[in-house]
Design a protein around this ligand. Sequence first.
Ligand code: PRP
Ligand code: URA
Length: 206
Amino acid sequence: MHVLNHPLIDDEMTRLRDPDCPPPEFRRRVRRIASLMVPAVTADVPVAPVPCVTPLEEATGSRLEREFLLAPVLRAGLGFLDGFLDLIPQASVAHIGLARNEETLLPEPYYLKHPPVLENFTIILLDPMLATGGSAIEAVARLRKAGGRFFRFACLVAAPEGVAAFETACPDVPVFAAALDRCLNDRGYILPGLGDAGDRLFGTSP
Ligand code: PRP
Ligand code: URA
């Protein structure tokens, strides 16, 4: 579990939590935080040495060994996607539709679209909220079933309960969070959190 303590991220997160932050500003800030997270989330991906030629001499450079697959969990993961694509424009994208049942708090799958072969991608699962962990665990399970092998998970806000559940279910998947919050409330919302990320991104708050 990596909590990305950084002044720029912390400042953005504080503004994002404010209930008066309207959807256009919320989207902009989520996108900016996502971009700020990219260097940490990708810091240890494998590279291979390659020969390169400069205008002055021959040298040794490095190339990424694997392609990236960004995997946003719908809907809220879409808000996170553009900030990652801004810095990794060559990435492929897999969409995973999961809706958390507000009674049971269990994820209900409704959509999945990914490239036909997943074995050789570094897969970055994207979802702003890690609450009970059910959605992230289900998303990894579905992509594993389809052949995915190399995962990491980026979120904005994590609850300790979700981190524990995710680490138990997916011990090989590192988690990167912009903030680790206190706990869940009795409706499965993160405290202090930022409310319903999907609703705040897309202007569907009740
Ligand atoms: C939210 C959030 C996560 C999930 C987290 O999505 O974006 O996907 O809940 O909760 P969990 O860790 O307890 O599973 P939601 O299902 O509300 O859908 P939405 O993004 O369409 O609003
Ligand atoms: N989903 C959200 O969008 N927010 C929470 O606090 C928990 C789950």
